[in-house]
Design a protein around this ligand. Structure first.
Ligand code: AGP
Length: 593
């Protein structure tokens, strides 16, 4: 997820764009760039923050009343000066910024190279501006329309041309908004970029092409016909706009999960991993911390079921100090930030032992990417809330993809129908999100709880652990995840009518056993919240409240159930007046031991 902005009007474009980029840094901040100029386009870009670029630019004489800017969250190509946007074509006549993923950029790049185009970056984006140059015959709008019709994937782009008073924006599955000012107009990924200047916005739809000047705007479809779009008055101030109108970043990121999962599926549609493709191995070792460790535990069930090979999962801080025995295994390190000290140390140990290693991470260019042989990116976009949400569900999706890839490489059962259903996950998650009011209502029953249990069996056991961690870390209720079969070995002693229990009861091989556990818990007077598949008429008989998720394959239930439990934790914490985005004592990335 990146931040893009374009401006045309009567102010100093540099000032407007710098201000707008600062408001978009929550969308991505590993590198940044600006292109400005009414006649000759000049580009300044670099790795690092907007303020770092600003201090560079202040030393130049960059000026003009039209320009574009970009804050990057890398998906293709390491964060670096040369991979930062904007990109120029070979002639320097066109400049472009982009948010999204171009799936067919390699073939376009080869085609343009054969026509003599040279590229300066590893990004997918750069091919777009060269494609525009290649198609340009005097009309920039026609060239842009021709170029975008060739692109597969998701994109929001803004294009400027030397000497032109127009900016052209195109939206396909990545957000793009027009800001309407007096004698000035804006194009941006999100409204915070221009709210300082105007609260009048036009939200573009997929397939829209916006053409703006300082005093005019119009929207066309890809066929060139003009289309009508409503003007919206934005009621938010800048601060709430950065959260997209959500009360907290965590809630915004919970609701971003359909889009994030779609990006993970898209970004992992064709994996090539020498670690897997060129090595036989008898075991998989997974090492991680916190929520990522729970994703690893879910991975154990996925890999063992799909690949029929043994999997061990370790907490990184334990792995580091245990006697280690070399085995015929590959290591998978899961870390959203890519900076967790214990996970990094574990990766170095595994490598010193001679093992092949893979990381699953959300941050391109993070430290873990330099400590392993290969990387699978979750492409979830920046996660600002300390509590992991979209980074967790996209880690699970990356695990599904890795299992699918290893099965294909090893010629195991294809399970084509299963992987076809994998693509339905964004829709399943949207379905759960639509039930947010029911879940908020159930959260009211937890507002004064001091202790809770989350219980599950099989793949729902680590899902229960993660649900409990979410509740612990943002509502400060002592919530404990437990294997349901273990309650009778001690924890039952703790159950009282004041100890709510969340029971995960999806229709899998443990369903009847879980119903038994629900009855066991209810018999001790503990209030039970059952989480089950929609249409389950039995579960509702034995629990006090029910959260339904859409039916899917047993192996996929951790994703929709986790989203429901994220919402349950969020609403409970909010009703308790907790500081949700920055919980006490916690940091987003634990870079110390
Ligand atoms: C989970 O909500 C926490 N933010 C924390 O447990 C986190 O998952 C853990 O610190 C690991 O972080 P990483 O994925 O960046 O390595």
């Amino acid at each position: 997820m990146c931040g893009i902005i374009g401006y045309t009007g009567n102010r100093n474009a540099l000032e407007v764009i710098l201000e707008g980029l600062k408001r978009l840094e929550y969308r991505g901040y590993d590198s940044v760039g600006i292109a400005v100029g009414n006649h000759e386009i000049r580009v300044y870009k670099r790795r690092g923050s907007v303020s770092a670029l600003e201090s560079d630019i202040r030393k130049t004489s960059l000026s003009g009343t039209i320009g574009i800017g970009h804050t990057r969250w890398a998906t293709h190509g390491e964060p670096s000066d040369r991979n930062a946007h904007p990109f120029l074509d070979c002639t320097g006549r066109f400049a472009l910024v982009h948010n999204g993923i171009i799936e067919n950029y390699q073939e376009i790049k080869e085609e343009l190279r054969s026509k003599g185009h040279s590229f300066t970056s590893d990004t997918d984006t750069e091919v777009i501006v060269h494609l525009i140059e290649d198609l340009y015959e005097g009309d920039i709008l026609k060239a842009v329309m021709g170029a975008v019709s060739r692109l597969d994937g998701s994109f929001a782009i803004v294009v400027m041309a030397a000497g032109e008073r127009r900016l052209i924006g195109v939206r396909k599955e990545s957000p793009l908004v027009i800001g309407l000012g007096e004698g000035e107009n804006f194009l941006a990924s999100d409204v915070p970029a221009f709210l300082k200047y105007t609260n009048r916005a036009v939200f573009l739809q997929d397939g829209d092409i916006a053409v703006i000047t300082a005093n005019s705007w119009k929207v066309l479809n890809f066929g060139g016909e003009e289309v009508k779009r409503e003007v919206t008055d934005i009621p938010w101030n800048v601060e709430s706009a950065e959260k997209g109108g959500f009360k907290h970043f965590m809630l915004k990121e919970i609701f971003e999960q359909p889009y994030a999962i779609m990006n993970t599926l898209r970004g992992t549609s064709s994996l090539y991993l020498r670690t897997v493709d060129e090595n036989d191995f008898e075991r998989i070792k997974i090492v991680a911390c916190g929520t990522s460790y729970h994703a690893g535990m879910i991975g154990k069930y996925v890999f063992e079921e799909m690949l029929r090979i043994p999997v061990d999962v370790d907490v990184a801080s334990e792995f580091r100090y245990r006697e280690r025995i070399r085995e015929d295994a590959i290591y998978v390190f899961i870390t959203q930030s890519g900076e967790t000290a214990d996970t990094l140390a574990a990766a170095r140990i595994a490598r010193r032992m001679g093992h092949r290693t893979i990381a699953i991470t959300n941050v391109i260019g993070s430290s873990i990417t330099r400590e392993v042989d290969e990387v699978i990116y979750t492409n979830a976009g920046p996660e600002i809330g300390v509590a992991a949400t979209k980074s967790f569900t996209t880690q699970i999706v990356a695990i599904y993809r890795l299992a699918q890839h290893i099965a294909e490489v090893r010629g195991l059962a294809a399970h084509d129908d299963l992987w076809t259903e994998l693509r339905l996950l964004p829709r399943l998650v949207s379905n759960v999100l639509q039930r947010h009011s029911e879940i908020e209502d159930i959260a009211r029953t937890l507002k004064t709880a001091q202790n809770m249990f989350y219980i599950g069996r099989n793949i729902s056991y680590p899902t229960a652990l993660e649900g409990a961690l979410k509740m612990k870390e943002i509502s400060y209720i002592h919530a404990e995840g437990y294997p349901a079969g273990e309650l009778k070995h001690g924890p039952l002693a703790l159950l009282t009518p004041k100890t709510p229990v969340v029971a995960l009861v999806p229709p899998d091989r443990t369903y009847m056993k879980m119903l038994g556990n629900v009855k066991e818990v209810a018999a001790r007077g503990a209030p039970v919240i059952g989480v089950g598949a929609e249409g389950d008429e039995d579960l509702i008989k034995y629990v006090d409240r029910t959260i339904y998720v859409p039916r899917t394959r047993p192996i996929f239930y951790p994703v929709p159930i986790s989203v429901a439990l994220q919402l349950l934790a969020y609403y409970t914490a909010d009703m308790r007046g907790c500081e949700i985005d920055k919980p006490r004592n916690l940091a987003k990335s634990v870079t110390v031991e």
